[in-house]
Design a protein around this ligand. Structure first.
Ligand SMILES: C=C(CC[C@@H](C)[C@H]1CC[C@H]2C3=CC[C@H]4[C@H](C)[C@@H](O)CC[C@]4(C)[C@H]3CC[C@]12C)C(C)C
Ligand SMILES: C[S@@+](CC[C@H](N)C(=O)[O-])C[C@H]1O[C@@H](n2cnc3c(N)ncnc32)[C@H](O)[C@@H]1O
Length: 541
């Protein structure tokens, strides 16, 4: 037994000394139904809660006997643990005194005290002390809890202990559920780390490039969530019946479905501009994108206040950059209603809704007057037209004579060989994953432009060196795509993202690979630039 000569009665709860655990115990009576219960609470030398136990007492002993039983219970419980140095504290001073008295005068306590002494004799580092009831309040509450819970589990109880450390807030726990090493601080830290990690994974890494969309907001655009899977299947079956693609009139509807399915994922994982741009060393993706967009409007030489057309405007990333850069009024057209609503919301948020307008419509038959625009551009959009002359013809119609049109076209380059199965696989992969009725050769573009009446001012593949690879951004994103895929799977499983989102995401994942291969082999370019002019009207003599 440990030396107990200097056992001061404690007036405030003190931390156990280094290497020791402190065990407080108490018993309580419930007069309403003449039952009793006891509670035991353990803290380590840093003051952090380790474990607690509450149990009812079925027989009805005296209050003293109850207190003695609480001490015995605590000793029995802890003596089975290995290697413990424990200071036991009870507010039953009389009982504690009897434990250390020469004789056990009190008959009713005899057996219990004997048991206590026996245990103390076998444990060099166990000692029992008394402390005031007030200080033992938290243990008292635990004992009271035994009234409701027979199993020994402790619910949330706020301790009133005056520890120098603020950690004694109890959570639902079993006495054996927390190993000593996993004290409440460790638990709080672990939970915070997990919560922080989850937040980082979902909200920071999983957030939109330009804070447009978050993973939890993924939708099927204008498609009702229960129809997303069906629409994806329909989209895919379009390619299983190549004859459908040849039916030009069906293409806009198929493109519309595609953009319902992908618009949110694009915004979330790419930003508000749905196109590529050459990488610029030292510049961010956002800056390179903006520079590529501004170049388009610089090429058509328009002045502030003039009205220009964005044919196939997406959610308006380029439109806003161009309006801000040029001071022009930009009217965008897209086949997809959902994109119109997104673009309008973004315009308003950016404070550019006075300069930018968006219309839902088909660029193959535009709802605009002849000769009503001072310039026009299209960025990676006319590739969706089944017949390029139809869209170029419409743009020609709405342009004022003497005004310019620039387009960044998706094409196969001079390196593409139709007889090479690998080339065919890559190009078909790009067509299927990007809703294209069929990629054109770079050599067809100028011909079509001339056919509809344009003068071709300049033609250049902006992807060619010295430009830096446009596909490096796709390659660098691979880890993020995996993370996104896991996230999408989780969100679809728990019902946040509509059913079918995983399939759409997987399709894009594969498309990113085909696009990269197209860029690396040089057989494909998404930025074959053509600058055209609508001729001035001939002077009347
Ligand atoms: C001009 C068109 C679209 C070009 C690009 C904006 C998109 C082409 C492929 C898209 C993507 C591929 C992989 C996705 C990734 C798996 C996901 O986690 C996050 C979004 C992607 C990066 C997505 C973004 C847009 C593209 C790069 C075509 C349609 C004419
Ligand atoms: C790849 S996105 C590019 C969007 C935008 N230019 C950008 O760079 O962010 C292609 C756009 O063309 C639009 N589009 C495709 N076919 C169309 C059609 N027949 N009529 C109108 N818009 C169309 C799509 O709706 C989409 O907005």
């Amino acid at each position: 037994m440990n030396d107990t000569a200097n056992r001061p009665d404690m007036v405030s709860w003190l931390l156990p000394r280094s290497g020791f655990v402190k065990c407080n115990m108490d018993a309580t009576f419930f007069e309403s139904d003449s039952t009793a219960g006891l509670g035991v609470v353990l803290h380590n030398c840093n003051g952090y809660f380790i474990a607690a136990k509450a149990s009812p007492i079925s027989s009805l002993p005296s209050i003293r006997e109850c207190e003695a039983l609480a001490i015995r219970e605590a000793l029995l419980w802890i003596s089975s643990w290995e290697d413990n140095k424990v200071i036991f504290e009870s507010d039953a001073k009389v009982v504690v005194d009897v434990i250390y008295a020469e004789t056990i005068g009190n008959l009713e306590l005899r057996d219990t005290i004997k048991d206590i002494r026996r245990i103390l004799n076998t444990k060099d580092y166990f000692s029992v002390h008394s402390l005031s009831r007030q200080v033992n309040e938290m243990t008292h509450l635990t004992a009271r809890h035994s009234y409701k819970e027979l199993s020994g589990f402790i619910p949330t109880i706020r301790t009133t202990l005056t520890t120098p450390y603020p950690a004694s807030q109890f959570t639902l726990t079993s006495p054996f559920s927390l190993p000593e090493s996993m004290d409440s601080l460790t638990l709080v830290c672990t939970v915070s780390l997990l919560a922080g990690g989850l937040y980082w994974f979902v909200c920071i890494l999983g957030s939109a490039e330009q804070k447009g969309k978050h993973a939890v907001q993924l939708s099927g655009g204008s498609i009702q969530r229960e129809n997303v899977q069906d629409n994806y299947n329909q989209y895919w079956s379009f390619f299983r019946r190549p004859k459908e693609i040849e039916k030009a009139e069906k293409v806009p509807a198929f493109v519309d479905t595609f953009y319902n399915l992908v618009t949110d994922i694009y915004e979330w994982g790419w930003g508000q501009s749905f196109h590529f741009s050459p990488a610029i060393p030292g510049k961010s993706n956002l800056e390179s994108t903006r520079i590529h967009e501004e170049m388009a409007v610089d090429l058509i030489g328009v002045k502030p206040g003039q009205k220009i057309l964005d044919a196939g405007c997406g959610v308006g990333g380029p439109m806003r950059a161009i309006a801000a850069h040029s001071g022009c009024n930009v009217v965008g057209i897209t086949i997809n209603e959902y994109q119109v609503s997104r673009a309008k919301a973004h315009n308003k948020k950016a404070g550019l809704d006075k300069l930018c307008d968006v219309v839902c419509g088909n660029f193959l038959e535009m709802p605009f007057e002849d000769e009503s625009f001072d310039g026009a551009y299209s960025i990676e959009a006319t590739c969706h037209a089944p017949k390029l002359e139809e869209v170029y013809g419409e743009i020609f119609r709405v342009l004022k004579p003497g005004s310019m049109y620039v387009s960044y076209e998706w094409v196969t380059t001079e390196l593409y060989r139709g007889e090479d199965p690998e080339h065919v696989e890559v190009i078909q992969g790009i067509e299927r994953g990007d809703a294209l009725p069929g990629l054109r050769s770079y050599s067809d573009i100028a011909e079509v432009a001339k056919k509809v009446g344009f003068e071709v001012v300049k033609e250049k593949d902006l992807a060619k060196p010295p430009s830096h690879p446009w596909w490096s951004r796709l390659k660098m994103g691979r880890i993020a795509y995996w993370r996104n895929h896991i996230l999408v799977m989780v969100l679809e499983t728990i019902g946040v993202a509509p059913k079918g989102t995983v399939d759409v995401h997987e399709m894009l994942f594969k498309t990113a690979d085909y696009l990269t291969r197209g860029g690396e082999t040089g057989i494909f370019s998404p930025m074959h630039m053509i600058l055209c002019k609508k001729p001035e009207k001939p002077q009347e003599s």
